[in-house]
Ligand binder design. Sequence first.
Ligand SMILES: [Zn+2]
Length: 131
Amino acid sequence: MLILPQADVITQPYWDRARNHELCLQKCVHCENVWHPPTPVCPRCQSNRYDWTPSSGKGTIYSFTVVQHSTHVAVKDRVPYIVALVTLDEGPRMVANLLDCEPHEVKVGQRVRTIFQQVTPDCVLPQFVLE
Ligand SMILES: [Zn+2]
């Protein structure tokens, strides 16, 4: 059993681009603020006019946690796993799993890059790995 994101009218462009292995962010047409996660209006000026802009997918670990105990049957075979809060080079912070490393290898301030994990034929999740 997988828990998958449910796209809506606001987030659909984000997930469509992720399926093409592109991480993208919303950028306000009015004040040029760039943000994540997707929202219907700019968090800075509340304008509803925005474009989607590509992200480098690179960033720095701001914080992380190691999940040791599963709280849902969907992740019971995955523990321990790492959830990282990453400051993207474009500014916004993004939460995703940190893959392909052991918990003792992770430190705040480390550089990461985005990879795209195909979890179903229709769903690709942006995740992080250490650079
Ligand atoms: Zn704005």
